[in-house]
Design a protein around this ligand. Structure first.
Ligand SMILES: [Zn+2]
Ligand SMILES: [Zn+2]
Length: 104
């Protein structure tokens, strides 16, 4: 499990809930964390899957990790994978792909 910037964030991201398997359906979950992109979003509870990407934690004010979305697409392209058509390797579905990159 990913540890976030503070307790408040930990308790609002991916809240374990036995009534809602989908965090977007759970009113207790305020923040969606996309591990693959390292993006945090405030969930808009309108029944859909909309969220507003945030750059700072609303509780502790700390800067959140930089989005890796562009790099994600670059890395897949480098491997000749088109995420729109090909199957995305399992390590690209969460933050594991980042660990496999050479450290800068
Ligand atoms: Zn719930
Ligand atoms: Zn925080």
């Amino acid at each position: 499990m990913t540890t976030h910037c503070c307790e408040a964030m930990n308790s609002r991201v991916d809240v374990p809930c036995d009534r809602h398997a989908d965090p977007f359906a759970c009113p207790d979950t305020l923040v969606a964390f996309n591990a693959a992109f390292q993006e945090y979003g405030l969930i808009i509870h309108d029944g859909g899957t909309s969220s507003v990407t945030i750059g700072f934690c609303p509780w502790c004010g700390r800067r959140l990790p930089e989005s890796q979305r562009d790099r994600w697409f670059d890395e897949l392209e480098r491997r000749g994978i088109d995420p729109g058509q090909d199957e995305v390797p399992p390590e690209f579905r969460d933050e594991r792909w980042l660990a496999s990159l050479p450290q800068e």
